[in-house]
Every structure is written in C-alpha cells, then in structure tokens.
Design a binder for this molecule. Structure first.
Ligand code: ATP
Length: 195
C-alpha cells in the first residue's frame, strides 16, 4: 500500500514523515529523489540543459538557484521541467518500493495533488498548519523574507483545495499532538491494509 503525504511549505510534512519513519514505515521523499536524479542522471542533465541552457549546470552539479529562478518566471518551463523529472522519480520510486517489505510505505511530495501523483496512492494525507505558523517556521528555518515565502506559497494550491482530495488530515500545531495523530493514523492504515 502507498500512502501519499503532502502539505504546503512549512506545514511540517517532513517532520510528520519522520514520525512515520520512527514507526519503521519506509519513507520516500520525492523532492529529494528529484534533486538526486538531477545530479546523477545523464539523461536528465541533457534534457535540462536543452530546456534551461548550459548555465543549468556548473561542472557536474546542477545550479539549482538558476534553474529555480528560470522556472519561477516562466511557467511553461516549469511544466516542461516537471515532465522531465516526474517520470524519472516515478520509476525510481517503483524500484525503491519493490525493495521494501512493510504493510505500507509513505510517498512524500510537496506537489502531490498539484502534479496528480495522489492518484497513484491508495490513501492521501494532508499536513496542515495556519499561515502564521508556517511563516514563523520558515523564517526561522530558511532565513527567508515574508515576501519570498508568500511568493512560494502562492504557487501552491490552498489547503481548502487539497483537503477535498485528502483522505486524512494532520493538523500540525503542537508536536506531541501531531505524534499522537500519526500513531492513530498508523493503526487506521494497517487496518485498511488488512481489508
Ligand atoms: P518544506 O516544504 O518547506 O520543506 P515541510 O512542510 O517539509 O516544509 P518541515 O521541514 O517539516 O516542513 O517543517 C518546517 C520547519 O518547522 C522545520 O524547521 C521544523 O522543525 C519546524 N516544525 C515543524 N512542525 C512544527 C511544529 N508543530 N511546531 C514547531 N515547529 C515545527
């Protein structure tokens, strides 16, 4: 069984994924896989250079800042980049999943709903927090300005829109309550897997 996990930036999805991991649930982080493949796959490198230009890489390393600034301004390029990365991540996930031996795995992706990946998952979980909490956490974690964070937030779907597609929600305010909610969902998911 595959359980999709998502949430807006700063909602705490990676923190929640960590709680599942502590329960020995295998966790695949799609954004990390995308970054890794950008670095290691010659096929992806070739396609990205064709799309963004030679400046997309500095030597062997992807110049993520440059790539991000280009696709942030040009939405068709973002779409094209996603069409390069997403199928490669999907294949990588499949290979990874075959090696796991557990009742279910977590597939964490920032744009699970936006990119349609949720359709391949058996259940989907939305991690949510209010805007003030998210801003505070991201300012502390990334030293970003409010304007930068808001610009990134505005690119994502609202929680209201995501909620309609989610099977479960984890409201991540107090961390100990979040952990309890993860325990509860873990039991629910295991029971569903048996049916
Ligand atoms: P992004 O999409 O930007 O990577 P995310 O949704 O994965 O964000 P996390 O990285 O898990 O979010 O959390 C963002 C920051 O907020 C981290 O520094 C984390 O330690 C902190 N954080 C997460 N949940 C809570 C919470 N309930 N209370 C306080 N701080 C929290």
């Amino acid at each position: 069984m595959v359980v999709g996990l998502t949430g807006g930036i700063g909602s705490g999805k990676t923190t929640v994924a960590g709680f599942f991991k502590e329960k020995d649930v295998p966790v695949y982080i799609a954004d990390d896989a995308g970054k890794r493949l950008l670095e290691t796959s010659a096929e992806i490198r070739e396609k990205v250079i064709a799309l963004i230009g030679e400046e997309a890489y500095t030597g062997k390393s992807p110049n993520r800042k440059h790539i991000a600034s280009v696709v942030f301004k040009e939405s068709e390029k973002l779409e094209a980049l996603n069409k390069i990365i997403h199928p490669a991540v999907a294949k990588d996930f499949e290979n990874w999943q075959h090696k796991q031996n557990s009742a279910y795995v977590i597939y964490e992706a920032a744009i699970l709903f936006e990119a349609g990946g949720y359709k391949k998952c058996d259940l989907n979980i939305l991690v949510s927090a209010n805007k003030e909490e998210k801003l505070k956490r991201l300012q502390a974690r990334d030293q970003s300005t409010i304007e930068e964070i808001e610009a990134r937030m505005n690119k994502q779907w609202s929680d209201e829109r995501k909620r309609k597609l989610a099977d479960f929600e984890i409201e991540n305010h107090d961390l100990s309550l979040t952990r309890t909610r993860v325990d509860e969902l873990h039991d629910i998911i295991l029971k569903r897997g048996k049916n």
